[in-house]
Design a protein around this ligand. Structure first.
Ligand code: UD1
Ligand code: UDP
Length: 363
């Protein structure tokens, strides 16, 4: 079996760091980096720290409008698929890199496979929602992280070759947690004590591209009961500067550059709370028992909310303040995202699929 995997953005490197080794035990893999993320701290640091093999191809597309960026990726992926003739084209998540792969994979003679299929925010204003709906409808096989994703797909008529595997991000965090505790010095570097700070990340377009939302988030965080550490995505930094909010952000919060995965896991593990608009970070907070306030109006990761571990606060000052001050007594946490063996399960299922040429056998 010959698999061509497409990655391009930070969360996809984390996912590939566990799936790629599982695949390479069983088959040939061609790894394609679209170049959507290219800064050292958004890209190289993940490959170095997590031992992800050097990509076989880097399309170097960089930043651009959605249309131009996706078009460049489509052209680049098409050329590689023609050159390498993979049996499987493997996509992760919901970025423009995912969508570009889906467009090519749906027309080429490959099995198009979507890891993290079936998630829905039901907000079509989000570019990620458009990407994931299109990718799910074009894919031949969906590997889903939670049971709810199966229901979401069923509601849209997608019932064939949908497999619950668990979440590969859970696999990744189980591997990283102890290593991060042992090796990361991020707390010492920034003079932080465990349980004595709040962590925040903001990069979602609905927040960065709207001055009033960013300002309201700053208002909510400025009144937090503990110091707030903010590893800021470059997109957010440039918007804060453009809106004249940069001085305020840096005087009220500890704004730092984006950090590598192990440092981020250490921060998240030690934080008293997290406030984030990230998809992946909401789940990682849940895995690490850190209560989360989600700076959006809805989430794809509904199980983290229904058990009380995650609170939807939107980009609104008062709910943010309330969530950061509330005492949580959270017990009986469910385990909706599998058992930490999603990547092995995915690799096994793919191998049997390609060898037998039959629909995948569910476990
Ligand atoms: C992308 C994904 C988003 C994902 C996020 C992970 C899409 C539509 N969005 O958002 O789903 O949650 O990655 O972090 O695919 N930039 C840099 N350096 C880089 C990359 C980007 O400075 O290495 C800046 C550029 O100004 C760029 C902006 O960030 O225009 C946005 O980058 P882009 O990749 O388009 O989207 P993200 O916001 O990173
Ligand atoms: N992350 C990181 N350093 C940071 C911020 C995030 O390593 O400074 C990791 C985080 O642990 C998670 C992934 O990046 O695994 C999430 O990426 P992001 O929030 O950018 O994207 P999303 O999950 O929202 O698509």
């Amino acid at each position: 079996m010959n698999v061509c995997s497409i990655v391009g953005a930070r969360p996809q490197f984390v996912k590939a760091s566990v799936v790629t080794p599982a695949l390479r035990k069983r088959c040939e893999e061609v790894l394609v980096h679209t170049g959507q993320h290219y800064d050292e701290e958004l890209s190289d640091v993940f490959f170095d720290e997590l031992g992800i093999p050097e990509p076989d191809y880097n399309l170097g597309v960089g930043s651009d409008s959605h249309g131009q960026q996706t078009a460049d990726m489509i052209a680049g992926i098409e050329e590689i698929v023609e050159r390498t003739s993979p049996d499987v084209l493997l996509l992760y998540g919901d970025t423009n890199s995912t969508l570009a792969g889906a467009v090519i994979g749906s027309k080429a003679d490959v099995t198009l496979v979507h890891i993290e299929g079936g998630l829905r925010s039901y907000n079509r204003e989000m570019p990620e929602e458009v990407n994931r709906v299109a990718t799910d409808h074009l894919s031949d096989v969906s590997f889903v992280p939670c049971e709810r994703a199966i229901e979401n797909l069923e509601a849209e008529g997608i019932t064939d070759d949908v497999y619950f595997t668990g979440d590969v991000m859970y696999d990744a965090i189980l591997k990283a947690r102890e290593r991060a505790r042992e090796t990361s010095t991020i707390l010492e570097t920034h003079g932080l004590e465990p349980d004595e700070f709040i962590l925040t990340t903001v990069h979602r377009a609905s927040n960065t591209d709207d001055r009033s939302n960013l300002a309201a988030i700053l208002d909510g965080l400025a009144n937090a009961p503990l110091p707030v550490v903010f590893p800021a995505h470059p997109r957010t930094v440039s918007c804060l500067r453009e809106y004249g909010l940069w001085e305020r952000a840096t005087s009220e919060l500890e704004v730092i550059d984006p950090v590598g995965y192990l440092d981020f896991v250490r921060l998240l593990d030690a934080a008293e709370r997290i406030a984030t608009d990230s998809g992946g970070v909401q789940k990682e907070a849940f895995f690490l028992d850190t209560p989360c306030a989600t700076l959006r109006e809805e989430t794809e990761w509904k199980a983290t909310v229904s058990c009380g571990w995650n609170v939807i606060v939107g980009p609104h000052r008062e709910p943010i303040e309330a969530a950061l001050e509330t005492e949580y007594r959270l017990e009986n946490k469910p385990q909706p995202y599998g058992d930490g063996n999603a990547s092995e399960r995915i690799a096994r299922l793919l191998e049997s699929h390609v060898e037998d040429g039959e629909p995948l056998a569910s476990e």
